[in-house]
Design a protein around this ligand. Sequence first.
Ligand code: AHR
Length: 339
Amino acid sequence: MIHTKRQIRKHFLGIIFFILICSLIGCSAQKKKVSQFDEDHGIIVGFSQIGAESAWRTCNTRSVQDAAAEKGVQLVYDNAEQKQENQIKAIRSFIAYQVDVIVFVPIVTDGWDNVLQEAQDAGIPVLVTDRKIDVADPSLYAGFIGTDSLKEGRNAGLFVLDKFTNKRDHLDQTKEYINIVELFGTEGSSVANGRAEGFREVLKDHPEFRIVYSKSGDFLRSKGYELAVEFLDMHEDIDVIYSHNDGMTLGAIEAMEERGLRPGTDIVIVTIDAQQAAIDALREGKVNCVIECNPKTGPEIIKLAERLAAGETIPRVQYVHEEVFYETDDLSLIEPRGY
Ligand code: AHR
């Protein structure tokens, strides 16, 4: 279908060009008309999203779709249902359609070299967004725009360090160890790896902080609940839950409350994303720190895609603005999140 639209567009351009030659009308005004025609119809962007595993992800998809619609960009959207093989298939179909630019959210870091080589051979620029990739030849993609997951992990570590050292007066002074549970995101994804690495980096010189449990909940609320049931059975003395996303946090809170535990009081909770439900939990004292991961990257993604389609070079790495919300902040100032 898209292929047909491209052909129609090319035919139209050909007809306009023919009319221009035949009528021998002055070039400049007519040239302007041709380029105006092109601008009106926009570029074609193939967008491979990984799925709809969280409120964050749904917002991210909407942001890209809305920005494309606003700019008159034709978006060929594919939902990979959490499977890398589906993403590879989608990218191959974008190449077959001869889209102008490919944008994709890589579910994991590895395994993209071959398909990106195919895109490069077809002369289609690729923009990586949200999660990073590892490829042998960095020229296989034009640039990255998204979150700084290492920084998010560091911010989580700094909050825990501060909470249990500088502000320890209201916490148990006699504890030898601070026991931490980590709800890990999707294994092999750059965001989960960055969040884990940044957190450990901050705490590495503080041996009293120890991670006693770390498992992947795949960024899913249901798995966050299941893991919490498991770790609460295994460990009686948990001090901190560090969760790689709000969905898993909300599942864990549910499991805690079913046991009569008070989230945010009996166990300190730090979570990433900053969806509305997590901000509400912060206001209720059920969460102690919320680190924003900004999903509203659509307008910037579309801008970069247009630049790539015009043959421009874009920045290699572009991080989006992200905030941290602490329990001690004036929480009434936080604007509605929209996801
Ligand atoms: O890649 C970003 C992460 O993926 C978000 O933190 C999470 O909610 C999402 O599913």
